[in-house]
Design a protein around this ligand. Sequence first.
Ligand code: ZN
Length: 346
Amino acid sequence: MKFYVRQSEIVRLLSDLGVSSVNVRDGWVSSCCPLAKYTHVSGSDKHPSFGISINDDGTSVWKCFTCSNDSRNLINLVETYAHLSGRKPLIAGRLALNEADQAPPWDVSEPILSAYKDVWSSSVKKPEVALPYEILSLFPLLNDVKDEDYATDIIDYLTDERMISLDQIFRYKVRASKADDLIVFPFTVPHREISVLRVRKSRTKSLFTINPEYVGQPWLRFPNLSESGAIFGADIIDWSKPVFIVEGELDALRLASLGNDNVVAIGTNTPTDMQIKNLCGFHFFVGLDSDKAGKEGAQKTIGKIRKFIPGSIVVNLDWGVVNCKDPGDLLNCEQVERVVSAGRVI
Ligand SMILES: [Zn+2]
């Protein structure tokens, strides 16, 4: 007889991952996502988006509408949890492993035990790319604080002066800081957590990256764009469709506000190797600034895409075609169409 986890065991597995309250309906055990603290931008899952399928005759899968795009097996869930939390959930691990091996749960023989240990040793150690939640909480989502005075100032600036829609501000999960009047842009790794916070002082052009000194904790070490390869918008766009790549966060927000909402920003005019390796797509519109530095950056970007994503389709865009320096200057979507139709396929 094969062993598959049943409903009660799914609940037990989840409780080992820190989930105390579940809902059983339509063949699923649903709950708040046990990975939310690490993988959801808000750090929580207020409207439960996570579920494990109940399948007494086969393998159960988990899915989270916020942090996983596809269904995965329970070993993957437990491994991911262990990676992110630094804690090895023993009961959950045993249940998931037994199901994967389809071994009877009562047969805790040596091979099973050693295979169980392998769950952890086979885990590839990934570089630390997440910012601690305590740091993120210093920079609340504009969506969460939109009625506060400092937030309405920032929102007014973005909507009135930069012509960015409220929908896109919230969709790209722009954050703010009360203390310094900062607009805070989260840079993420696809399917993973926030790694880097790039900020812009409201109404001035000063741009910088949040570092441990800034938050008064110089003993910490934060990931940077080189090692994490984080990108603005990586967590929300559809990588299966053509992706616009631009320099600045406000450029991305403006382009998205004009209806081209599959856009990411690399934050500079020279992407790091990791940023390019993190591009999950296969079809790109490279639209860096139309000044000299931007054009040189575009050549480097295209070269790196060629190198790391062979076979991909790349179109180079020049905003100068409509007399704009970057997408932040665009007046309407007709201009976008003109730039795209003048784009050069590389
Ligand atoms: Zn999730």
